[in-house]
Design a protein around this ligand. Sequence first.
Ligand code: ATP
Ligand code: MG
Length: 243
Amino acid sequence: MIPHDHPRYRSLKVREHLARCVKEGILSLEGLTAHGRGEAFDYLIGERTTESALQAERSAAALLLIARKPVISVNGNTAALAPGGIALLQQASNAAVEVNLFHRTDERVRKITCLLEKYGVQVLKGEGDRLLPLSHDRAFCLKEGIGAADVVLVPLEDGDRCQALREMGKTVIAIDLNPLSRTAMCASLTIVDEVTRALPGITQFCRELTKEEAQIFSTKYNNREILRSAIQEIHSRLDHALD
Ligand code: ATP
Ligand code: MG
């Protein structure tokens, strides 16, 4: 039992929830380690949405709104942390949702699909094909889903797949707390924010942006600058940590 007045109450509750998701077969054990890396970077950026992340969320919404075929790629961590957030973003953006897993089994895909559907997400289904040039199972995707997408939102991505998607000519929007990861560096647009904060942020912008604004913000971003701001944010927090 975690006491309500514990200073890290939310973080501890999330860990408890994720441990349960492992037992239920939604999250892989390795997913817990990935979450730990995310937590560490979240500590460093102050566990809040920075101004530059907010701007990235606005550009992400713009890219989703003007896309011909936007797809949100969901893995175990994202499904465990934010099934409701995915549902609301899908409603606001009209994006398709596809389950894509590193530790892929039919059973896990089915369980994650069920969980998302319980929250109102419409999930693409079918036999995946090895459409991406990768030696692991994230290569599997649906021809009519990620295969046909022009814009792919990839929360908590692996660097290899991000690169493969870019090489296929797709615009890749990553949500990744680590501004130094290969994913963050390789994505077209990186949102350096925690996934449960980033998704509602993008959703809000999807609801608010006009067509004209979406056109403007879909081109008005510079990923190097976004990453530089995130690194500077960490730098300055470390500089002043003992003040
Ligand atoms: P890469 O493959 O891009 O070089 P990596 O191998 O270090 O990155 P992965 O395990 O492939 O990392 O992906 C997990 C990434 O997701 C990490 O960079 C981690 O910081 C990030 N992450 C974990 N939890 C969250 C979260 N809740 N919100 C946002 N990002 C997160
Ligand atoms: Mg990786």
